[in-house]
Design a protein around this ligand. Sequence first.
Ligand code: TYD
Length: 133
Amino acid sequence: MEDVRIIELPKFEDPRGNLSFIEENDHIPFKIKRTYWIYDVPGGMTRGGHAFKEQQEFIVAMSGSFDVYINDGFKEQKFSLNRSYYGLYIPEGIWREMRNFSTNSLAIVVSSTDFSEDDYIRDINDFKKLKKS
Ligand code: TYD
């Protein structure tokens, strides 16, 4: 759980508008293989609800806000994301759920792997069993 952490990104404040960026292996501790985003989330919906065996991720609230609930198989922790100049690093082997999306929120997720359904653990009981074994 201690590896899950908020990472601050560079922020160039400018009267013309601010600018931030992410570089692999520098701001985040992995090489970027894929980027996806979650948007148009209807009120009250939950995204995520799984863990990955290998995939590491970094999640940024590019717009609006949402909460990420993290579970390492033993305890749960909530991180609120609501700025585009920091994000949440989640190593492999951690259960996550994204909830409480604000209207028009945009979650961008950079990932260390290609998409693979085989990398997902989608049953919380399987996940907990695995962590306790
Ligand atoms: P999923 O990761 O289950 O969504 P979330 O964790 O955000 O709730 O992804 C939903 C579906 O989208 C998944 O079954 C297949 C597809 N998908 C891809 O094809 N490529 C991707 O990179 C991602 C993230 C999902």
